[in-house]
Design a binder for this molecule. Structure first.
Ligand code: PEP
Ligand code: MG
Length: 553
């Protein structure tokens, strides 16, 4: 048995088989081969397997998100048959006498670079498709080549509806995480990563145990072994002894029993013993999370991170695709409020097809509303979808990374133009409330002015902490200093609540600090109107709130 310590970012116990997830290896080394015909045969066989996989993925996606959302897999299928692509792979193998993996990878790189260089945004977006199909082919080739079968782990594996696994990786990006089928992931264990990273946040939204900064080096030998993740103690066990496994099973059963008891709170109000009521809402990343929102009886959705719709795919989601997603969410919430945050891409959330310039310091760079205001065509498409979907439920729109009134004025102009267009086209739309995320110190300082421009505020403590303390939320090495309970942040929350209430608008907290039970009483005493947390955190928080007296502080 091996035992590794890590930092727990979501509590719980997970037991099951381990899958080691490997990163894309787009740049592979050439290996000389004698039998080029044999190598070509390997390539053709990999193409057949890829075609089958894509067909299955297409059918699954049609069922889950409809034909428009599934089209990407059809495009990949067509690329597999593309003449130029195939000629390139075949000639590299024949002329350079190298392995198929290298030929595929070089072709992917070469063609995608050419697409990126083109002016046309649509053609440029195909670069990511070419890379994606090349990665799939390389994975298949590597797997077929591996006689021990030890290198089988990949996102594609985790996607398969086989047995659920504990995913172990060096690091995971948000777009890698979002592509995993959450029914098949029991837990995440990573070597890198920080508690505030979006990967950790996604684990929280999925309600599964996760460890970051785990002291291990994941290698293929772990693949397929048994593992246990103890998200309470922050320990990962590989090939656990029978006695430990027995104890863990007992603890896991007790945990399930506790969860069962919490269900008594479904349908009850989130109100303190001395009568202070608060909204307890859920944070979500896509409509797949709605089931957990409803099961955990959230009072609404306080943060729908809409950028997850853009991540893990190769082209911009269309207005229609977005409209259908927002409409489905609004309808599922059946009149309860749902705050949808506009695109917050950039920093650690990168999408190849956006072709964002590489920045020295992306957290302080062009992200979120800055991209939307620079590239209004992307913003307008999202706003059109949001305004249209608002007809079907209680949708509110929230703007991220605001620093001052000027941005809000520009947003209001764009929003007014979008509504005018919809009206002129005879397209139905609603009048959603529009709010501001307070996650920069500038927004805190301007909150009295900003309150006049918004229907509500929601405090994004994850970024507010990073920008206030000048500590990168992705930098695991700073976590010991990055004390999220730092008084400066609490003072800022106090300022924001006061300014919001002076202007007569409500204020919530949607960053991870909102779920910190050590601070619940203080937040309520300050007058915070809403806490938005991962779906699994709602009932434990409701339990605590119902036992609490706020006035005692
Ligand atoms: C935040 O910054 O607190 C927040 C909720 O947004 P995100 O974590 O997605 O940046
Ligand atoms: Mg943020």
């Amino acid at each position: 048995m091996q035992r590794y310590r890590g930092k727990s970012v979501f509590e719980g116990i997970a037991m099951g088989k381990i899958r080691v997830y490997r990163k894309d290896e787009t740049q592979l080394k050439p290996i000389k081969v004698q039998n080029t015909e044999g190598e070509l045969e390997r390539y053709f066989a990999a193409k057949r397997t890829a075609a089958q996989q894509l067909k299955q993925l297409y059918e699954k996606a049609v069922r889950q998100v409809g034909e428009a959302g599934a089209a990407v897999f059809e495009v990949h299928g067509m690329l597999l048959e593309d003449g130029e692509y195939n000629r390139s792979v075949e000639s590299i193998i024949r002329e350079e006498h190298v392995n198929a993996e290298y030929a595929v990878s070089m072709t992917g790189e070469k063609l995608s670079e050419r697409f990126v260089a083109m002016e046309d945004d649509y053609i440029a977006s195909k670069a990511a498709d070419v890379k994606d199909i090349s990665r799939r082919l390389v994975e298949i080739l590597q797997r077929n080549n591996d006689v021990t079968g030890s290198l089988q782990a990949s996102v594609a594996e985790a996607e398969k509806p086989s047995e659920p696994v504990i995913v172990v990786a060096e690091d995971l990006s948000p777009s890698e995480t979002i592509q995993m089928n959450k029914d098949n992931v029991l837990a995440f264990v990573t070597v890198k990563g920080s508690a505030c990273s979006h990967t950790a946040i996604l684990a929280g939204m999925m309600g599964i145990p996760a460890l970051v900064r785990t002291e291990l080096s994941p290698d293929a030998s772990m693949d397929g072994q048994q593992g246990i993740v103890d998200g309470y103690e922050g320990v990962f066990y590989v090939e656990p002894e029978a006695e430990l496994e027995k104890q863990m099973r007992i603890r896991r059963d007790a945990e399930l029993e506790k969860k069962k008891q919490l269900r008594e709170l479904v349908g009850k109000r989130s109100i303190t013993a001395d009568g202070k009521q608060v909204m307890l809402c859920a944070n979500i990343g896509n409509i797949g999370d709605l089931k957990a929102v409803l099961e955990n009886d959230a009072d609404g959705i306080g943060l729908f991170r809409s950028e997850f719709i853009y991540l893990g795919r190769n082209s911009y989601p269309t207005e229609e695709e977005q409209f259908l997603i927002y409409k489905a969410a609004a309808e599922a919430m059946n009149g309860k409020p749902i705050i949808i945050r506009t695109l917050d891409i950039g920093a650690d959330k990168q999408c190849d097809y956006f072709h964002l310039e590489k920045e020295e310091n992306p957290a302080l760079g062009c992200r979120a509303i800055r991209i939307c205001l620079k590239r209004p065509e992307i913003f307008r498409t999202q706003l059109r979808a949001l305004f249209r979907a608002s007809v079907y439920g209680n949708i509110a729109i929230m703007y991220p990374m605001i620093t001052g009134v000027r941005e809000m004025k520009r947003i209001q102009e764009i929003a007014a133009e979008v509504k005018k267009e919809l009206r002129a086209g005879g397209i139905a739309f609603g009048e959603p409330k529009q709010g501001i995320m307070i996650e920069t110190p500038a927004a805190v300082m301007m909150s009295d002015e900003l309150a006049k421009e918004a229907d509500f505020f929601s405090i994004g403590t994850n970024d507010l902490i990073q920008y206030t303390l000048a500590m990168d939320r992705q930098n695991a090495g700073l976590e010991e200093y990055c004390d999220s309970h730092y008084p400066a942040v609490l003072r800022m929350i106090e300022i924001v609540v006061k300014n919001a209430h002076k202007a007569g608008i409500p204020v919530g907290i949607c960053g991870e600090l909102g779920a910190d039970r050590e601070f619940t009483r203080e937040f309520l005493a300050l007058g915070v109107d809403e806490l938005s947390v991962s779906p699994e955190s709602i009932l434990p928080l409701r339990k605590l709130i119902r036992q609490m007296n706020v006035e005692e502080i």
